[in-house]
Structures are given as C-alpha cells and as structure tokens.
Design a protein around this ligand. Structure first.
Ligand code: FMN
Length: 208
C-alpha cells in the first residue's frame, strides 16, 4: 500500500467554484499556517509572510481588479480560445471563507543568503514551497485552496499596505468546499491537458 500522502497529492485541486458557505475553523487555519511555515527555504531565510484577508471591502476591491485583469487576458486571445476561456472560472475570492495573501521578502535573511548568491530566484522558490505545503495540508483537511494570479503586484501591495521590497506572490482563496473535482478545471474545459510523465523525464541529457 502506498503512503496516504500520495492520495493527498492526487486529490489536491485548484478550487474556484466549490467553496461552501461555512467558516474556516480557526484550529484548522492554525495547522495550515504551521504547515506553510515549516517549508524549506534557501539559507533558512523563511522569506514568506501571510496576510489573512477577511475584510469584505478589501476582498471586493480585489475581486473587481481581478475581473478587469481577466478581461485584459481575454482580449489577448484569438476568438476560439476566448470563447473557451469565457466558460472558465478563475477565482473564488468572495465565495471562499478567507483570503490568504502570501508575500516574499527578498531582504529576509540578508545580505548574504546562504545558497542564493548565484540564483536570486531561489528565494521565490522557497516562498512557493510554503504555498504548496499549505495547499497539501488543506487538501488533507478537506479544505479547498485556489491560487489567484490575475492581478498586478503594485495594486495588491497598495491595497494591503505591503511595503517594498516585499511583494505579494499569491492570493489564495481558502475555505470549506462541497467537494473537490477529480479532474482539473482546465482539463475539464478543454483548455489544456496534463502532460504524460514520460515526456517530462529525461535521461542523462535533455532530449527534445
Ligand atoms: C503560480 C500559479 C498561479 C495560478 N493562478 C491561477 C489563477 O489566477 N486562476 C485560477 O483559476 N487558477 C490558477 N492557478 C491554478 C492552475 O490553473 C491549476 O493548478 C492547474 O490548472 C492544474 O489544476 P489543479 O491544480 O487542480 O491540478 C494557478 C496555479 C499556480 C501554480
């Protein structure tokens, strides 16, 4: 029998439409944040912070901004792709119990971050691992997470008072769900399929 962790990894979904009306249990939220905060990070810099957004006016302002950015993206598409995109929901900002904005601080642990001298992005990679930890922990708790990236960083930083050089890297819609879809939304809607693992694995050298 495989370890139950593999089942959690398989069940994890990006959630947009399945958020229920229930609130998020504070003890569950605490466990999710602890899981995120336990992530590995370059030089142990722990460059993440979490802004918990409950305020209705703030969430509405962000949702309206995301709707505008959705329209910008739609306008960039050829007609057949645009028609397909119109059927796809890209956020559950107002339907989810909570917004968690994850930020990245490039100065945390500096000026000499062990392991980041040659790869500046290693700091960002670390913050993304915190998000993945939270996402998998949420799945194990039957809590949905939806990553929203249809926004301009300056807008969200301004909305939440995030000081430069700290930057918001994700708005996560988090909350109880009716269920998790078995198939990713973008696959169900014929936007883009999952790639076979065999295509992603290379032996010894890159094979195109
Ligand atoms: C960096 C990142 C940004 C994303 N941004 C959005 C987004 O703005 N809106 C959305 O609906 N999904 C977003 N997603 C979710 C992806 O569409 C989703 O992970 C992918 O389609 C695979 O589906 P699954 O997560 O259910 O397996 C994002 C995911 C990642 C990792």
């Amino acid at each position: 029998m495989t370890h139950p962790l593999y089942d959690v990894i398989e069940r994890r979904r990006d959630v947009r439409a399945e958020f229920s009306d229930e609130p998020l249990d504070p003890e569950v939220l605490d466990r999710l944040l602890r899981a995120a905060h336990a992530a590995p990070s370059v030089g142990n810099s722990q460059p993440w912070d979490f802004v918990l957004v409950r305020d209705a006016a703030t969430r509405t302002a962000f949702q309206e901004h995301v709707a505008r950015e959705r329209a910008v993206f739609a306008a960039s598409l050829p007609p057949d792709r645009r028609a397909r995109f119109e059927r796809i929901k890209v956020e559950g900002i107002l339907e989810s119990a909570l917004g968690i904005v994850v930020t990245y601080d490039p100065e945390r642990g500096g000026p000499a971050v062990l392991g980041r001298h040659a790869i500046a992005d290693a700091g960002l990679y670390s913050a993304c691992l915190a998000i993945q930890n939270l996402w998998l922990a949420a799945t194990a708790e039957d809590i949905g997470v939806g990553w929203v990236s249809f926004y301009r960083k300056e807008f969200l930083a301004d909305l939440l008072g995030i000081p430069a050089p700290v930057e918001p890297i994700a708005w996560l819609c988090v909350g109880p769900v009716s269920h998790l879809q078995e198939t990713p939304d973008l696959v169900r809607h014929g936007w883009r399929d999952r790639r076979p693992l065999a295509d992603a694995v290379h032996q010894d050298r890159w094979q195109g």
